[in-house]
Write a new protein. Structure first.
Length: 520
């Protein structure tokens, strides 16, 4: 089998030999046993059914356009929220959710029929996941998970096997953070990597990714229906003259909510109608979160803050979060983190058109004048007072939020991801997995997947393309003509055809292998 551009001068040589009346006859020197020949005779059936067989193969190949999103899902975490928005805006394609298998108590709503819970964190057994990918005929696998969720050895091996079968694998890295063995193994086992910021792109390249496969796609923004804003305050029980300050998301020390409480206290003597709403609960995977929540409650019970701070703990529905953001006169994100990542929380605030105050932590640096940044000249109490009571400033921030939300709406973000998928498919070439040109039984012994001369790939290759020819009962693919449609991959019974960027390496001939072993 080879990728050399071997073609025959006659159409008869482009098809299996008719002398043996079997597609594998040319591979062996001895004639086929009469009983076997009679048992396997199928020409009379093939002549009547070949059109239907090809149509079925093409239909199966079309199924390979399915997108599988490997993610947490219907769970209380940012990745699950991101996946739900992404899947919703990919509704023009068939989506399969490959979700984390978690206890039922951790699932926030009933899974739809396209959700398959088939993997667990740090497991080296990926059989259920691999089976789900194959049974659902997934052609593009979108990894929407932290690389720390997976075993650094077995998971990259799985991705390489999937790519060998023609599956395009895209890794969506939300937070590269630092050099990490698991991240290095992951980014070198996929077709492309998606990150949210230019800084994240450099960090992924530092972890070994090729600069040509890393793409920056800004975090999507879900625009909240402004009809929610008209009724939000009333439904939440806020007084009409209350100046509402909102902090939302998991309650964790690095978010600096205690400093926001002190800022509210500092301006309350001049503005008694200011109230703080802490919308979110404890992050169970953060060991410091629960103690921090208790410390905030203790602070809120002080005489200066009593009745000024309100908590909405536990799981808060999407609708309720939208209401708080729309009702907010200011959203404060006083993060103390010192690493680049995309904040889904700030995207939510901007999608609601909320005037937003942020620290100068790296996640907010790219937002420029879309938010009001805290600085030494504008510490939190001063910044909060200005955003709440300077109507011109407040209006500018609302306009900036709406502009950002329109520019990076989920519709636009998804369009960018779809274009990335098209680019990946266009850039791939189809190569035959075994390029050992010896005939007879040698290739079968020397290679687990090898051509058997069945001609199925030849039959499904589009006539206008004609990239596949048959020579001596072996398939040859002309990479110059191939359009990487994947039809041949879908019908090959021995998985001898795979989609890769580079042709496979030649396998040593038996005598070469023996010589190498003797040399050892």
């Amino acid at each position: 089998m080879s990728n050399n551009n071997k073609t025959s001068n006659t159409s008869d040589q482009n098809a299996p030999s008719s002398e043996t009346n079997s597609s594998w006859g040319g591979r062996f020197t001895e004639s086929t046993d009469a009983f076997v020949a009679d048992f396997t005779a199928s020409i009379q059936f093939d002549q009547r059914l070949y059109k239907h067989d090809i149509a079925g193969s093409k239909a199966h190949a079309q199924m390979l356009n399915k997108v599988g999103i490997l993610t947490t899902y219907n769970q209380a975490c940012g990745l699950a929220t991101y996946a739900s928005y992404l899947a919703h805006h990919l509704d023009q394609q068939e989506i399969v959710i490959l979700a984390e298998a978690v206890p039922e108590k951790d699932i926030t709503q009933t899974d739809a029929s396209n959700v398959h819970r088939c993997w667990t964190r740090l497991s080296s057994d990926h059989s259920a996941l691999e089976s789900a990918i194959e049974s659902n005929a997934i052609g593009l696998l979108h990894l929407n998970c932290h690389y720390r969720f997976f075993d650094a050895t077995s998971f990259p091996s799985l991705l390489k096997r999937l790519r060998a079968r023609g599956v395009v694998v895209v890794a969506h890295i939300h937070n590269p953070y630092t050099l990490d063995h698991g991240l290095q193994a992951l980014v070198q086992s996929v077709d492309s990597v998606v990150v949210h910021t230019p800084e994240n792109r450099l960090e992924v390249i530092a972890n070994g990714a090729s600069k040509d496969v890393v793409e920056v796609v800004e975090h999507g923004v879900r625009c909240v229906d402004q009809g929610v804003a008209q009724t939000a305050r009333e439904e939440l029980g806020m007084k009409a003259d209350t100046k509402a300050v909102v902090c939302f998301g998991f309650v964790q020390p690095h978010k600096g909510i205690d400093e926001v409480m002190h800022a509210v206290q500092a301006i309350s003597t001049r503005h008694p109608n200011v109230a703080l709403y802490v919308v979110g609960g404890v992050h169970e995977e953060d060991p410091s979160s629960r103690d921090y929540m208790q410390a905030l409650r203790n602070l809120a019970s002080s005489p200066q803050l009593k009745d000024r701070v309100h908590f909405s703990e536990g799981f808060v529905s999407e609708q309720t979060v939208d209401q708080y953001l729309c009702a907010a006169d200011a959203v404060v994100m006083n993060y103390r983190s010192q690493y680049f990542e995309a904040s889904g929380a700030v995207c939510r605030a901007l999608g609601a058109g909320a005037p937003t105050i942020t620290s100068t932590a790296p996640p907010f640096a790219r937002l420029t004048d879309t938010v009001f940044h805290l600085t030494s000249g504008y510490p939190l109490p001063l910044a909060l007072e200005q955003v709440l009571f300077n109507s011109q400033l407040n209006a500018c921030l609302r306009e900036g939020a709406r502009s950002w939300a329109d520019r990076y709406s989920w519709a636009n973000t998804t369009r960018n991801i779809i274009e990335l998928r098209k680019k990946n498919k266009k850039d791939r070439k189809i190569f035959v997995s075994c390029i050992n040109e010896e005939k007879g039984a040698v290739p079968m012994k020397n290679c687990k997947a090898t051509c058997i001369g069945c001609s199925k790939c030849f039959n499904v290759c589009p006539p206008k393309v004609s990239a596949i020819t048959m020579n001596n009962n072996l398939a040859f693919i002309d990479s110059a003509k191939c359009i990487a449609c994947g039809l041949c991959i879908s019908v090959c019974p021995t998985k001898a055809i795979l989609a890769t960027f580079e042709p496979p390496k030649p396998k040593p001939k038996p005598e070469e292998k023996e010589t190498a072993e003797v040399a050892k």
